[in-house]
Design a protein around this ligand. Structure first.
Ligand code: ADP
Ligand code: MG
Length: 389
């Protein structure tokens, strides 16, 4: 039996050598993320507060002749090549390599002279778990191509470009949060993002200093019509904004919530609006506490966010509710589902020395209900996309 190489960066190099028979000229990394708070606020022009995970996607790369790209992934064991024809218009490369071709397409469309490249990808970010492996892949590829080509593209401009790759080339509708987090996060900080202006602020989030940890629990819940439900929530929010005569629900102030609710026609739409407006306020309250170094005090806001997603926005499922309840019962300071809903991950704010105990309690609660065993990890706020060497 051969031992698994230590780091994801080593694995990217091995993948590169295996595919191309030479070492790469450099390696670039970009992280997965969790959203600390601010769910379904992004498309309402509101606020989100993600932080980057220590789990990363690494791209090893070398330039090759102009107009030619080759990419392999350790995960799929596949090598895919494409040329200028495939990146003149979206959709010509499909499957996982579309995320890579999409970045090339978006760069070219923005007028950048994209260098040809050989690329190899390895990742520690689990796919499809709601930790944004897709944005990590886009951000790492983008960082590599920008560096190899000496392209004039600032960190501020990159998230929008990566988002275009995912929205238009891959065809997946996502907001700007995932790519902003993968590119712009800083170690020890959460990223306070205003989704209307795309302004960011790095908010200190010192878990170690406070003796705390964030436990991330992959609920392993099967996907249940998440795409259709997402579209339905989005449509409700747009309808409500039109009824309230505001550009977006972000423009309904928390202080004016009751007045706004009184103007809406039915209970369901009132609940949807109440979630979005109170969630925006919870993000602002969380930011205020973190600015003040009061990390422990954000716990109740996380738990209130979960209750709002469960009761008003109706996007939770039994697995995530069970994980939140079990974590809180075992002493977590706060817990909530993170991500779009209908599965994905739960995060729990815990005393650092209680993390194992809370994790064990969640696992036991899952076993008692016959759910698939959840996977657990602890997360500290890590850095955004970077060149490794
Ligand atoms: P999430 O972003 O929550 O992990 P998505 O469905 O948005 O889930 O993106 C997952 C997709 O991204 C995968 O199905 C695959 O196509 C692509 N992907 C991400 N990371 C890799 C990787 N290391 N190798 C190949 N494809 C990847
Ligand atoms: Mg994704």
């Amino acid at each position: 039996m051969t031992a698994r190489p230590d780091t994801v960066a080593d694995r990217a190099t091995i993948c590169f050598r295996h595919a191309y028979g030479q070492p790469p000229v450099g390696r670039w990394a970009a992280p997965g993320r969790v959203n600390l708070i601010g769910e379904h606020t992004d498309y309402n022009d509101g606020f989100v507060l993600p932080f980057a995970l220590p789990l990363r996607t690494v791209v090893a790369a070398t330039p090759q002749q102009t107009g030619s790209w080759t990419v392999c992934s350790e995960l799929t064991g596949e090598t895919v090549g494409f040329g200028v024809d495939e990146v003149t218009r979206p959709g010509r490369v499909t499957g996982w390599a579309a995320y890579v071709a999409g970045v090339v397409w978006a760069l070219r469309e923005a007028g950048h002279p994209v260098p040809g490249a050989r690329l190899a990808i390895a990742s520690d970010v689990p796919l499809g778990a709601g930790l944004s492996s897709s944005a990590a892949l886009e951000a790492a590829v983008l960082a590599a191509l920008v560096d190899l080509g000496g392209l004039a593209l600032t960190a501020e401009q990159q998230p929008r470009l990566a988002q275009r790759a995912e929205n238009h080339y891959v065809g997946a509708p996502t907001g700007i949060m995932d790519q902003s987090a993968a590119i712009r996060c800083r170690t020890g900080h959460a990223l306070f993002l205003d989704c209307r202006t795309e302004q960011v602020e790095h908010i200190p989030f010192d878990l170690d200093g406070a003796g705390l940890a964030i436990l991330v629990i992959d609920s392993r819940a099967p996907h249940r019509h998440a795409d259709g439900e997402y579209a339905a929530r989005r449509a409700s929010c747009e309808k409500a904004a039109a009824l309230l005569d505001v550009p977006a629900l972000r423009d309904v102030p928390a202080a004016g919530l009751d007045d706004a609710l009184a103007r809406l026609p039915d209970d369901e739409i009132r609940r949807r609006v109440r979630h979005v407006v109170t969630e925006d306020q919870r993000v602002l309250d969380t930011v205020a506490l973190l600015r003040d170094g009061q990390v422990r005090q954000i716990g109740p806001l996380l738990t209130a966010s979960h209750a709002s997603m469960r009761d008003d926005f109706a996007i939770t499922v039994p697995e995530v509710d069970t994980a939140v309840e079990a974590a809180l019962a075992a002493g977590a300071l706060g817990a909530r589902m993170t991500g779009g809903g209908f599965g994905g991950c739960v995060l729990a704010l815990v005393e650092a020395d209680q993390s194992d105990r809370v994790g064990a309690a969640v696992t036991a609660a899952y076993a008692a209900r016959g759910f698939t065993t959840p996977t657990l990890c602890t997360a500290t706020p890590a850095a955004g996309a970077t060149r490794l060497d």
